[in-house]
Design a protein around this ligand. Structure first.
Ligand code: NDP
Length: 316
């Protein structure tokens, strides 16, 4: 059995930052980068330009930023494992972290597995249909693709993400429709106002997309008005899901306390979960800010808290 003082699960800005701090504190961290999506680095790997990460006045691409985080973690001797964690056992100490190939016993664990964009099971939206052929869950990642240029685009959702994505898509599409299942948006007032004021954005209230059709790429959506049950077929160049995120906590099997919405509970102002010596940082415990910089900040907090707790218990 492999033994580590600290095991970090997840490789976005939170996980790599936790690794940098833990490594510099001489804790020789082991970081499971994950393999499910085929790439380590978390959500930023599917982003294009990151313009709000401080220190990069000209902006930087998401993958380049994550590559720098990763190199910095490696520079201080983090052990990186390209595998997913399948399960953990926090009922005994040292804790057990089981990867697809490797199992570790750990004195402390930092969970930084992030969150994934939700998708809807609409006919035409799945793999083998029009998924990634005009249907995506990230306008910011994919909106600049040529297939969306000067087309009518449809964003599903009524939260801040839906509005943000719709406004972003106005740069590329001829018109952007927000398809919302209710007649009231969930988004903040200021975002609602921006959408309503934009000449290229129109909100389709109490509506859903019933079907997506096309040939090689998306060509049409079948919309249904939920109040009249009337269906209409419209030309469409793209469909973008903005229906929230789900935190990646399935492997935990409820061994730490979660909020009702599935995010990990931490003590306010800390990264401490309900289990001692288990910390959570980044989007897996943050449904409010969800930014690379806040994720990185909380990764630093988690590592410092872990180091202090381990010192206090004379594990090091
Ligand atoms: P939200 O959970 O706020 O919104 C999800 C939207 O998806 C809701 O309008 C919901 O509808 C709709 N939805 C969910 N399931 C379905 C379904 N099965 N069919 C149709 N519609 C569905 O998620 P967001 O990602 O928008 O925002 C998450 C958090 O991030 C929020 O706190 C938000 O404020 C924040 N954020 C802030 C931004 C900013 O300030 N610039 C930008 C983006 C996010 P319904 O309303 O009917 O439940």
């Amino acid at each position: 059995m492999n033994k580590a003082k600290i095991v970090i699960i997840g490789s976005g800005p939170a996980g790599y930052t936790a690794a940098i701090y833990a490594a510099r504190a001489n804790l020789q961290p082991v970081l499971f980068e994950g393999f499910y999506s085929g790439v380590a680095g978390g959500q930023l790997m599917t982003t294009t330009e990151v313009e709000n990460y401080p220190g990069f006045p000209q902006g930087i691409t998401g993958p380049a930023l994550m590559d720098s985080f990763r190199k910095q973690a490696l520079r201080f001797n983090t052990t990186l494992l390209s595998e997913d964690v399948e399960s953990v056992d926090f009922s005994q100490h040292p804790y057990v972290v089981r990867g697809t190939k490797t199992t570790y016993h750990a004195d402390a664990v930092i969970i930084s597995t992030g969150a994934s964009a939700n998708r809807l099971d609409i006919p035409g939206a799945n793999e083998g249909e029009f998924w990634q052929k005009g249907v995506t869950a990230c306008a910011v990642c994919d909106g600049a693709m040529p297939i969306f240029r000067n087309k009518d685009l449809y964003v599903i959702g009524g939260g801040d993400s839906a509005i943000e994505e719709a406004l972003y898509l106005t740069k590329f599409g001829s018109k952007v429709y927000i398809v919302h299942r209710r007649d009231e948006l969930r988004a903040s007032k200021i975002m609602q106002q921006r959408a309503k004021n934009h000449s290229k954005v129109e909100i389709l209230w109490s509506s859903v997309i019933e079907r997506i059709e096309g040939d090689d790429i998306v060509r049409h959506v079948i919309l249904k008005d939920l109040k009249t049950n009337q269906e209409t077929k419209r030309e469409a160049g793209g469909v973008f899901f903005a229906v929230g995120h789900t935190p990646n906590t399935a492997f935990l099997k409820n061994q730490v306390d979660l909020h009702d919405n599935g995010y990990i509970k931490v003590n306010p102002g800390t990264c401490q979960t309900s289990k001692e010596l288990v910390f959570a940082c980044g989007d897996v415990q943050d449904h409010v800010y969800r930014q690379a910089i806040t994720a990185a900040g909380s990764g630093c907090m988690a590592a410092i808290e872990a180091e202090r707790e381990l010192s206090a218990r004379e594990h090091i």
